[in-house]
Design a protein around this ligand. Sequence first.
Ligand code: A2P
Length: 284
Amino acid sequence: MTMPDPMPEPVPAATPVAKNAISAKPGPFTVETVLAVKHFTDRLFSFRITRPASFRFRSGEFVMIGLPKEDGKPLLRAYSIASPFWDEALDFYSIKVADGPLTSRLQHIQPGDEVLLGRKPTGTLVLDALKPGKRLYMISTGTGIAPFASLIRDPETYEKFDEVILTHTCRQNAELTYGEELVAATRADELIGEMASEKLVHFTSVTRDEGPVKGRVTDMMNTGELYTRLGVPALDPATDRVMICGSEGLLKDVKQICLDHNFIEGSNAAPADFVIEKAFVATD
Ligand code: A2P
């Protein structure tokens, strides 16, 4: 004889988090609504969320993004803001990791869903942390292009530099699509398009696919191939400034190249020749 199944415990209905209830509290985050989601590959997607009127940031900064957890504690990770400061909504570009605590769930968000947004954007990948110069390099791999998506749409970038070189290296060609669409849209943009068309150079390479340019940007900096291809002189602290965003390995290697060329690392408090920031969710 089998025992009848015990009566299931009544499951409490999920309490919807009232938007105003949280955002009205002076907590560390607000509840925002997903406006759009775009999947680029099985590893990459971008999403757009509402922006509170009071939310201010400097181009290149990051902020905490997350989802409420069933046990009530939110799960948050740092994300570079990929939209320009003048945009009415906020864009983010993310990796998908099957067993990543946040991105395994975040990759399934749909328009209308709610996500948590930190109140305090911060970071060192900002124009304020660099001394004036002639040429600005933005060196990125993978989702490390995200902060540059904001910076290449900031008029100040073009006011401060004669030439802006955005490099993006990915494993596969399909992973370059986000950057290609971004640069095309930037050049066609009403506000920034003219400046970007004149000053922005987009350099791409792949490492595990066949493509027009194959190889790591670091190798191309070391051999000089990068400068030859771009038609510019080799890296020089007298004229050049460098912003780096990508994996830990990229940061370490490009930083070393900068140090070898007598570049000084800058910060908000002491602007100098180069700045670095980790592409935060690369392993989540
Ligand atoms: P590679 O394929 O040779 O490892 P990931 O998807 O692992 O974040 O890598 C994104 C891109 O960054 C890949 O093209 C990868 O090249 C490249 N990469 C990884 N580590 C470094 C590094 N230390 N210096 C330069 N490029 C790197």
